[in-house]
Design a protein around this ligand. Sequence first.
Ligand code: ISE
Length: 345
Amino acid sequence: MLRPGQTPAGTGGPTVTRIGVIGTGVMGADHARLLTGAVSGARVGGVFDTDGARARGVATASGGARVFADPYALITDDGIDAVLVASSDATHEDYVLACVAAGKPVLCEKPLAPSAAACARIVEAEAGHGSRLITVGFMRRFDPGYTDMRRLLAAGEIGAPLMLHNVHRNPAAVPGLPGSALITNSAVHELDIVRWLFGEEIVEVAVHTPRASAQAGGTRDPQLLVLRTESGVLADVEIFVNARYGYEVRCELVGEAGTVTVDAPPPTSLRRGGLNARTLPGDWRPRFAEAYRLELQDWIDGAGAGATAWDGFAATVVAESCVAALASGQRHPVALPPMPALYRG
Ligand code: ISE
């Protein structure tokens, strides 16, 4: 996590943290745009992408950031205070470990790494370093709907929680996507939200599948995950990545004395020809625009509300159990090792 005061030496002006962005695809470009125009106290200091033209485009749009040919040179450069990793999932581990070795704060897009073993190596490195440097980009923790739901639950407004029903739909996915990717790439957000909302671990999972959609190109889509927490709360997650009609994420929390619903309808509706219509976004960026902005601001301010490396590890452990449950059709237990002291409290 960042700490305020990481001002480039000798500027004399307000604190500006220079961020190095690794990966300038859809998410990296969007983070760079927010850092440049919507977040205070930061600017894009450098960018790296395997596609040089794409990196140059984002550098220009970010007000002339430096373009690095080597991501490790970006990480260790004196002109870079902190790093945002938005490259492909398989590259996260190496970049995050290099940031820890350089003692630089890093915000890594989800998932922290594709396997629990890789996440464990990252946790071990950070615990060895002795202070927290890593934040994981589970942006829903900053979505006003989800934070309100958590606040209402904590305030006792709906009594003790019983169930959480989640709907997570994308309009289309690449044909032939492995069924496991629906869990590790998409439903991993709900795996994190369940841990964050209830403040306890998921201990058992099952994955059910109806017949696959004819639109899914051979992918086992949709899927229904059923998660049981330590205290016996059940959360179900419908993940459907070829829903065709648009991007939609919503959920309802059922408690002993009431429910809380998170929905994100756009404020404008069009009534015409017997219909009352609201436009749905095409993907997650408009749906979670405010969450991404608040996540970055929190990171820049060093406020520390973001997910830790341990949270990234735990979500991936649960995801691996779900993938095993998808393959076996059986319920699977989730086993986490003891949490290192660095992440307690
Ligand atoms: C994507 O990678 C995301 O992180 C989105 O939030 C999620 O809704 C989508 O399904 C993923 O593919």
